[in-house]
Design a protein around this ligand. Structure first.
Ligand code: NAD
Length: 314
């Protein structure tokens, strides 16, 4: 469990386990992008070993943001006795809509983002939006970056929801409230649509054999950028800068109209996401594109918007 989550929710979680007569041990972890490494994974493995876990009947439960889910996932899913069942409990908006879905886990290595990892799905993911009420506003924006990715690529209705309710969702931290009819249950609808569109993209291609992935939108330049300027940009912020850049590319090559481009960039701004960073130099962009080329079968395979909620590969 992430240390901040432990401080906020540890006593509730303990009570829950005790009521259900669960034999458990909570291991608290400093999970940040800087600590997301094999050292952290080895530390988790040592503790799991000391606990004497029976992998046939006792799952490991990861409770925290994306860094916690990814690191525990790698330790449990693939390394401890080759495979140990694990459950994801995402506690940030970004991990709720993105790291909760799919099979991937991984840690940073040699200053490269998620360079070591595997594709091993959890046995379950438990979604509880109430955790999100304690995350800072900037972290809500961070998660909105990944929701916006799915909206621009696949779902015009989701994009319009973000245009209309984005500020409200930021203000209310994705908690469902009664009495504000004009917003309906925007938190529930938005997160459902985001996860559903994410599942539609990931499920048929869990092992990423097909390299043409729309979910890579925002993930071409951002890995390079995020690691270079660490810790100044959060994951979803770096993703958004990449998306903003690619939106301009799309417009320049005639795939989207000026109005569509402006609506996309305006929506990013309304969600309080950065659209540029001084570390995003031409040199960095070229390096990131060269990496992409190398790992994508000799093609760039850029997912680019072709409208609001539609996309193609270029
Ligand atoms: N495996 C995947 O498919 C996948 C998908 C998307 C992102 N990721 C990874 O997820 C990571 C980013 O995840 P993140 O944005 O959740 O960041 P994070 O895990 O670093 O968490 C951010 C901060 O939020 C705090 N926190 C967590 N839950 C909280 C709560 N309920 N209340 C208050 N504070 C809380 C944590 O202590 C931490 O400091 C990146 O490393 C990215 O690579 C993985």
């Amino acid at each position: 469990m992430d240390t901040t989550v432990e401080q906020l929710y540890g006593s509730k979680v303990r009570k829950y386990f005790e009521v259900h007569n669960v034999v458990y041990k909570i291991l608290t972890l400093e999970t940040t992008e800087e600590t997301k490494s094999m050292e952290l994974v080895l530390h988790i493995l040592e503790e799991v070993h000391k606990f004497g876990l029976d992998r046939r009947t006792e799952p490991i439960i990861a409770i925290g943001g994306g860094v916690c889910l990814d690191s525990v996932g790698l330790a449990a899913a693939s390394l401890y006795r080759r495979r140990t069942p694990y459950i994801r409990v995402p506690t940030t908006l970004l991990s709720y809509v993105d790291a909760s879905v799919g099979a991937k886990n991984g840690v940073n290595f040699c200053n490269c983002k998620n360079k070591l990892g595997t594709y091993t799905p959890p046995i379950a993911t438990f979604l509880d939006r109430s955790f999100i009420q304690t995350i800072p506003r900037r972290h809500i924006s961070n998660g909105l970056g990944e929701i916006l990715k799915m909206a621009i690529m696949k779902h015009k209705g989701l994009f319009e929801l973000l245009e209309k309710h984005g500020k409200y969702l930021l203000d209310t931290k994705f908690q469902s409230r009664n009495g504000l009819a004009c917003h309906g249950d925007a938190a529930l609808t938005t997160t459902r649509l985001a996860i559903q569109t994410m599942l539609e993209e990931l499920a048929p291609n869990l092992w990423e054999d097909d390299l043409d992935r729309l979910v890579d939108y925002g993930h071409i330049i951002s890995p390079e950028l995020e690691m270079k300027v660490l810790p100044s940009l959060m994951h979803g912020e770096a993703v958004n800068i990449d998306m903003a850049f690619m939106t301009y590319v799309s417009h320049d090559i005639g795939l989207i109209t000026s109005e569509e481009k402006n609506r996309m960039v305006q929506c990013m701004r309304n969600l309080e996401l950065p659209v540029w960073h001084k570390g995003c130099s031409l040199q960095l962009i070229k390096k990131a594109l060269a990496e992409r080329f190398k790992h994508s079968g000799g093609k760039l395979r850029l997912p680019l918007p072709t409208g609001l909620g539609t996309a193609g590969m270029s």
